[in-house]
Design a protein around this ligand. Structure first.
Ligand code: ADP
Ligand code: MG
Length: 260
C-alpha cells in the first residue's frame, strides 16, 4: 500500500465577517497517498480554493489537523511554514502567476532561491524541467512572448522546481481554450504516471476532473462523494472507453480512436 503523504482530520474553516460566520469547510477527512492524482470538483463557492489553501499551508483551519509528511502543519508557526511550503508544495494557479520581467528559465529558478543549489545547478534544473514540459525552445522567452498554454507549462515546471511532495493546482485549465486545456491536463497526467508526482487539482470542469485517478466532489464545504477517474485505467494501460490495451503515451486509443 502506498504511503500517506498528506492527511486532514476533522478539518473546519469558518470565516468571520463582522458578526456573520461563513462555514467554508466542514469536517473534511482526506487521505492523499504518494502518487495519487486527485481532482476536486464543486460549484463556485463550495470551498475548493479554501481547501487547497489549507492543504498548501497558505492558511490555517479553524479546527482540525493537516498532516504533511507526518507533521501537523497547523501547529507550525508562520515563520517556519514558508520553508515547508517551499520544499514540500508546488502551486499552480489559474492565472499562471509568472513574473513578467523574467524569462522562462528565471521564472522556474525562482522557488530555488535560498536553497543550497548553486547558480549553475539551478539553471541546469530549470532547463531539465522546461524540457520535461516541452518548452526547450522557449527558455529565453518572457511570458508575454508565450501562449497561455506555454505560460501554464512554465508554471508547472516552476511548481516542480524543488521536487515537492505534492503539487496543488487551483483551476489550472480555467483560462485556457479547449484544446490547450486537454494538453495541460494530459501533461499533468503524464507527470503523475512517469514521475509519480502527487497532484491535487481543483476544477469545476467535469471533463477535466475525470482525467484524474480519484475524483472528489465538494458541496457547501463538505466532501460529498468520491469516484474513480480515468487516470487509474490509463495506469493499468486499459482504454477507459473500450477496455482494450493502450500504451502510456497514446493520445488516442489505437482501437476505438477516442481521445485519452
Ligand atoms: P470556490 O473556490 O469553490 O469557489 P472558496 O473556497 O473561494 O470557493 O469559498 C468558499 C466560501 O468561503 C464562499 O462562501 C466564500 O464566499 C467564502 N470565503 C472564501 N474566502 C473568504 C474570506 N477570506 N473571507 C470570508 N469569506 C470567504
Ligand atoms: Mg476558487
Amino acid at each position: 500500500m502506498s504511503e500517506v503523504v498528506l492527511e486532514t482530520e476533522k478539518l473546519d474553516k469558518i470565516y468571520r465577517l463582522g458578526r456573520r460566520e461563513v462555514r467554508a469547510l466542514s469536517d473534511i477527512n482526506l487521505q492523499v497517498k504518494n502518487g495519487d492524482f486527485i481532482s476536486i470538483m464543486g460549484p463556485s463557492g463550495s470551498g475548493k480554493t479554501t481547501i487547497l489553501n489549507m492543504l498548501g499551508c497558505l492558511d490555517k483551519p479553524t479546527h482540525g489537523k493537516v498532516i504533511l509528511d507526518g507533521v501537523d502543519v497547523t501547529k507550525v508557526p508562520e515563520r517556519k511554514l514558508y520553508k515547508i511550503r517551499r520544499h514540500k508544495i508546488g502551486f499552480i494557479f489559474q492565472t499562471f502567476n509568472l513574473l513578467p520581467y523574467l524569462n522562462a528559465i528565471e521564472n522556474v529558478e525562482l522557488p530555488m532561491e535560498g536553497t543550497k543549489k548553486s547558480g549553475d545547478e539551478k539553471e541546469q534544473r530549470a532547463r531539465e524541467l522546461l524540457e520535461m514540459v516541452g518548452l526547450s525552445e522557449r527558455e529565453e522567452h518572457r511570458p508575454h512572448r508565450l501562449s497561455a498554454g506555454e505560460q501554464q507549462r512554465v508554471a508547472i515546471a516552476r511548481a516542480l522546481a524543488n521536487d515537492p511532495t505534492i503539487v496543488l493546482a487551483d483551476e489550472p485549465t480555467g483560462n485556457l481554450d479547449t484544446k490547450t486545456k486537454y494538453d495541460i491536463v494530459r501533461l499533468l497526467g503524464k507527470l503523475n504516471m512517469d514521475q509519480g508526482t502527487t497532484i491535487i487539482m481543483v476544477t469545476h470542469d467535469s471533463h477535466i476532473a475525470t482525467r484524474a485517478g480519484r475524483m472528489l466532489s465538494l458541496y457547501d464545504g463538505k466532501l460529498v462523494k468520491e469516484k474513480e477517474g480515468t487516470q487509474l485505467l490509463k495506469k493499468e494501460l486499459v482504454c477507459p472507453y473500450c477496455d482494450r490495451e493502450i500504451q502510456p503515451d497514446n493520445t488516442f486509443c489505437p482501437h476505438c480512436g477516442k481521445k485519452l
